[in-house]
Design a protein around this ligand. Structure first.
Ligand code: GLN
Length: 201
């Protein structure tokens, strides 16, 4: 199926997402203005600084168009992007408020600003049956404090704290698949954008 995925290119590591999409053979486009959302099947909001992304989205009149997009199409937020998708970040900053998750920014404190950990993510078996654990990279990451309504947990740390969630075609990850060589999450997202919403178990 012909696919075109946009990457919100206001701030942050959008180039890495574009490179990963190229690698898996999916057409991509940078999104900076409301018009750029036309003809897209899905949108990725990259990591970076969620306050900056939010302020720029306000300045470019993108908030309402992005909310309308979220009502119809797939959106995936990584790290700052996950914060921007959330209903509640526990402090005032512009948010899309489209996903029923509450996040805590910079939840891991200073000592462990950045860390990497292997996660068991059963849903990734859908894109690559028999594949092993997922090596996740966290950089000044948020936690998904809680999920509400019909939002499901896709991945948690060994202590149970939530780091990935999905609500219909909306996906949020605290970590950065675009900074690894593992393309399973990008392929998983393309499936969501195609309308293949998977529910395991
Ligand atoms: N700490 C950033 C924020 O709160 C997110 C960091 C990231 O995207 N790597 O927005």
């Amino acid at each position: 199926m012909y696919m075109k995925i946009g990457v919100l290119a206001l701030q942050g590591d959008f180039a890495e997402h574009m490179a990963m999409l190229r690698r898996i053979g999916v057409q991509s486009a940078e999104v900076r203005l409301p018009d750029h959302l036309q003809d897209l099947d899905g949108l990725i909001i990259p990591g970076g600084e969620s306050t900056t992304i939010g302020k720029l989205a306000v300045a470019y009149d993108l908030i309402e168009p992005l909310r309308q997009f979220a009502a119809q199409k797939a959106i995936w937020g990584t790290c700052a992007g996950a914060i921007f998708l959330s209903k509640d970040a526990r402090r005032p900053q512009p948010l899309l408020e489209v996903m029923d998750i509450t996040v805590e920014r910079n939840a891991f404190g200073r000592q462990v600003d950045s860390f990497e950990v292997d996660l068991e993510i059963p849903e990734l078996q859908v894109v690559q049956p028999g594949s092993g654990p997922y090596h996740a990279v966290f950089i000044r990451a948020p936690l998904i404090e809680s999920v509400q309504k019909d939002t499901r947990v896709l991945a948690a740390l060994p202590d149970g704290r939530i780091v990935a969630a999905q609500q219909g075609r909306l996906l949020a990850t605290s970590f950065h698949p675009e900074l690894t060589q593992d393309d399973r999450f990008h392929r998983y997202f393309v499936r969501l954008a195609e309308g293949k919403v998977t529910t395991l178990g």
